[in-house]
Design a protein around this ligand. Sequence first.
Ligand code: FES
Ligand SMILES: [Fe+2]
Length: 376
Amino acid sequence: MSAKQSATSGFQAVEKVEFPWSKSGNAPAAKARFLRNAWYVAMFSSDLADGQLVRRTILNEPILFFRREDGGVAAIIDRCSHRMAPLSMGKLMPGDRVQCIYHGLEFGADGRCVKNPHGDCNIPKAAHIKSFAVVEKHTLVWIWMGDKPADPDTIPDYSCLDDKPELHVTQPGYLNVAANYELVVDNLLDLSHINYVHAGILGNADTVAAEVEVQQEGNTVTVSRNCKDAETPGILKMMSSAEYERGDQWNSISWFAPSNLVLEFGVSKQGQPKESGTGYFAIHLLTPETDRTTHYHYTAARYNVLTDDEKNKKIRDNIYEMRTFAFADQDVPVIEAQQLIMDQAGDSVKPVLLNIDAGPARYQRVLNRLIDAESN
Ligand code: FES
Ligand SMILES: [Fe+2]
């Protein structure tokens, strides 16, 4: 796709697309197809303290993370080459080395086996293990899972998290979702569900009829659902004043391949420019753990904060609590139930396409194309 392009607006037809997640548990396509040459969020930077060994399964691979002595992050496969013991059960040694708990082989931050304490101390070539490119950026730890060179410049722009006053960013949130990551992306790019699943908190009856607009720029898909002169949803009322009881709402979510998203959610006084209002960037970071489970990291950064610091601490905690409730108690139960139902279906299920599916259909086309290109 070339330059910025409006794909769907209002009630135009939705493109036909294949949704790989709709294959049943027994179908060959039920095994998730992952884009490997891409940046995924492994964790928040604050999740990895000096001296710790942290294990995460990402794209079905066990990975061990630790900080080098220079403060940078290393990632190696969490599987000793001798008898496959998890290295995360071992010990971090001076010199950025991990010692296996079982027979003491030691591995460097680049995955090379650097010590065999037994016999002639010979280190067979096959003892070396895989390492991964890791970059810390925007307060997040990013990992590159593919074999092609990793370019840190292609990490999605989450600069809205950089250098923010502490009171303007919510605490790091994490959920483990028992569903394929694409079902979660599908949920986030369909802003219409807000008015039903999250009625009162994130949406309300006024916002149901808002026009959906889908735009694509390169491989980034943005779905907007803005509405004028509408009742302000509860979470935005909470961070503004009585003058914002009604207003113009901005609700626009961008997807960066393969599975990271940012939603701009805000309100301005009726007829006033967006910049004059207030709101937050809602950060959604999805990383496939396995075919059927997803790491869901989330946080939010307020913009154009109009309240004073005394209120801001309460607002920050409220945003975190309301969003955690919306995801953990409202979205995730539906998504996990969808996954179960589809796995029970036995045969492929075929999702019906509605106008509201323009965003999910567009992102799915882009992702399918990227995954197909990688596997050819
Ligand atoms: S399993 Fe790691 S040294 Fe034997
Ligand atoms: Fe939701």
